[in-house]
Design a binder for this molecule. Structure first.
Ligand code: SF4
Length: 177
């Protein structure tokens, strides 16, 4: 029997109660529709790097090339804790044969392009969350998308096609010549 195609998903989108406020962001399109096509590897970088639930909300601050992950009220720097996790987790994911990844938008850990970057408390640019940036850097060919974008029929069709294409290339040794 052919193994199902695996994609990584921010765990809160699958209904896991891992958000900073103890809640989740279950996305029925992902679980009910994409769940018929793919198997999911749920990942919550904030919980898996050792943070409790609930926890103080965080934000990205500072240099766009190397933003810091700070708690919003107490300004505790969690950057090192998160980056150490990201490095370990991406090495672990090399063995999962992921063919795609769906990220929760706007999260300072999981957002792909939509995370506000603050400078001295003021938001200006938008950037990637620390975990999403690490995944994109380690797996540059894997299709990546934010959940909110999958509400657009063209984008979600394109994402599904790219996942199948990546899966075919991956399983047949990348030989499309
Ligand atoms: S967005 Fe990412 S870090 Fe935040 S709760 Fe969801 S899975 Fe965890």
């Amino acid at each position: 029997m052919t193994k199902p195609i695996s994609i990584g998903v921010s765990a809160c989108l699958l209904g896991y109660r891992v958000r900073y406020d103890g809640g989740q962001r279950h996305d029925p399109y992902i679980t009910d529709i994409l769940g018929r096509l793919f198997s999911f590897v749920p990942i919550c970088p904030e919980v898996e790097c050792g943070m409790p639930t609930p926890r103080e909300a965080m934000r990205l601050e500072g240099n766009p090339a190397a933003p810091r992950l700070l708690t919003r009220r107490t300004l505790i720097d969690r950057t090192g804790q998160m980056l150490a996790f990201c490095s370990l987790k991406t090495r672990e994911l090399e063995h999962e044969n992921l063919c795609g990844f769906i990220f929760k938008e706007r999260s300072p850990s999981c957002g792909l392009t939509t995370v506000p970057l603050y400078n001295s408390g003021v938001s200006g640019l938008f950037t990637a969350g620390l975990f999403a940036k690490e995944v994109a850097g380690c797996f540059p060919l894997i299709p990546l998308e934010e959940a909110e974008n999958l509400k657009n029929p063209d984008i979600r069709e394109n994402f599904i096609e790219r996942v199948f294409l990546y899966s075919n290339q991956h399983r047949f040794g990348n030989d499309l010549s």
